[in-house]
Design a protein. Structure first.
Length: 141
């Protein structure tokens, strides 16, 4: 399988699974986005030499308004339909809201002074343009 480019300057269409249930309860465990990313990485069979965490542009843990979330690229639907169906079923079964979103790398800043908390392993994304959907309404076929 050809490797999928980890970073891109093009916007990525996808879904943002929020870590707060419809009942306004924080979803636990706290590392659920990272765990789910690892599962998706196993589904897809994508490995990143030199990166110690499961990492793919098809599913990326992000923080949106202080809330842990998982951004799932719409490309996952065609690349690995089983993984896409799994993650959407996960959101539905756990009562997690799903928004249609567009993600893009943030504009470059002063590269000589990285921001606190920046990690060379994790892709930085701006997640914007929201529209809430119900996982059952997302065509997984």
């Amino acid at each position: 399988m050809d490797r999928i480019q980890l970073t891109t300057h093009e916007p990525i269409e996808g879904y943002l699974i929020k870590g707060m249930t419809h009942a306004q309860k924080t979803f636990r465990p706290g590392d659920w986005p990272e765990r789910l990313t690892g599962v998706i990485t196993l589904f897809v069979g994508e490995r990143r030499p030199g990166i110690h965490i499961a990492c793919t542009r098809l599913a990326m843990p992000v923080v949106d308004s202080g809330l842990k979330c998982l951004f799932v690229s719409d490309d996952l639907r065609s690349i690995c339909p089983d993984a896409f169906e799994f993650v959407m079923r996960f959101a539905k079964d756990n009562d997690l809201p799903v928004d249609v979103r567009r993600a893009q790398e943030p504009p470059p800043s002063d590269a000589s002074s990285p921001s606190p908390g920046d990690s060379a392993d994790a892709p930085a994304l701006c997640v914007c343009a929201s529209k809430q959907v119900v996982p059952a309404e997302i065509d997984t076929a």
